[in-house]
Design a protein around this ligand. Sequence first.
Ligand code: NAP
Ligand code: MG
Length: 403
Amino acid sequence: MDKIKMNPIAELDGDEMTRVLWQMIKDELIEPFVELNTEYYDLGLPNRDATGDVVTTEAANAIKRLKVGVKCATITPNAQRVEEYSLHSMWPSPNGTIRAVLDGTVFRRPIPAAGIRPFVRTWKKPITIARHSYGDIYKATEYRVPGAGKAELLFTGSDGECSRQTIFDFTGPGVLQGSYNKDDSIYNFARSCFEYALSVGEDLWFSAKDTISKKYDHRFKDIFQELFDEHYRPLFEAKGLSYFYTLNDDAVARVVRSEGGFVWALKNYDGDLMSDMVASAFGSLAMMTSVLMSPDGCFEYEASHGTVTRHYYRYLRGETTSTNPVATIFAWSGALGKRGELDGNAPLVSFAGCLEEAVLDVIEGGTMTGDLAALYEGEAKSVSSAEFMAAVYEKLTELMSKN
Ligand code: NAP
Ligand code: MG
């Protein structure tokens, strides 16, 4: 069989256990079938340190240029990591750097597999969380109010016009916070959400707290509604899909009682919380994929989990680990499938589909890593990462030979 040819994607390697899985996935599941063509960037912490983190920006620019990237989990250094890796600096989160270059929205979607039932019994279909990844409290200015005094909100326009409002007359110490967002970032966020919902054929929900935040959250609500009314309504209607806005507290109650099968858009902080809640309720972090979609049509695929440090230390001691590679495999299938779709490369699209099918067939047949075995409803065979990948390879070979 001839190997499938492809145009390049940006490949961003990472750290620890996921770096080990990364190599295995390429060697054992992709390269036997595809003439893998990537621009390789090593975002492993030692190389980020050696390049003064320039490699991260180069990688982000490569995604912008090539339109598609796949990223391995990476360490976001803290004080302990600075010591562990003798770093020159506490480099920023690579995901933060990449998001700043691509200005996108992060969509986190669970991978459903028969037999792995969500903790919320009514959920039958995946729930995708769309998190706005710009501004709000993540870019806020904070102040520890030392004692009595007046706090004001002052805006000075570039024309010198001022607006001044009293926030609070403090009679004693307290705290103060100023946060912001920009119309163009909110438009980009809303547009990505409508586009994503259309691309997966699911309803879109957006929730915020406009009854309390009458200007800030209300602006988000108005922008979503404006784009829907002026552009997306007919596109949604043609696919039998709907968009609706509701308050955060109402949304939470509805989500828990729902069957799933929709995209839930949230502001930055709300999305941070709800994505971890939804991931945990679906069962395993190792079954969540993440895609960053930029307003100019770039896609970056990754797993939602981290570098699985505890497993890596066991691996270094020579122990066999049962780390789940599914979300990382789906990051690869997502990126290869998107490359194929953008280029009209049908064999590549078909390979990506077969790879996902093979993974699910193996799990649904009862063979899985330890984290899933603990959740599985039937009799599960708990295997190591290497054994799991060998089973996927066997199934994939069978599926590819039928093509
Ligand atoms: P983590 O790597 O997601 O792991 C937390 C725990 O979840 C693991 O110890 C393991 O539990 C379980 N787990 C996660 N993924 C798993 C998998 N594929 N298979 C089996 N079990 C899995 O989070 P962390 O320990 O908080 O962070 C470790 C490092 O990852 C940090 O340096 C952090 O900066 C980085 N991180 C990177 C990203 C990213 O690049 N997108 C995201 C998050 C964190 P058990 O040990 O109980 O088996
Ligand atoms: Mg979080």
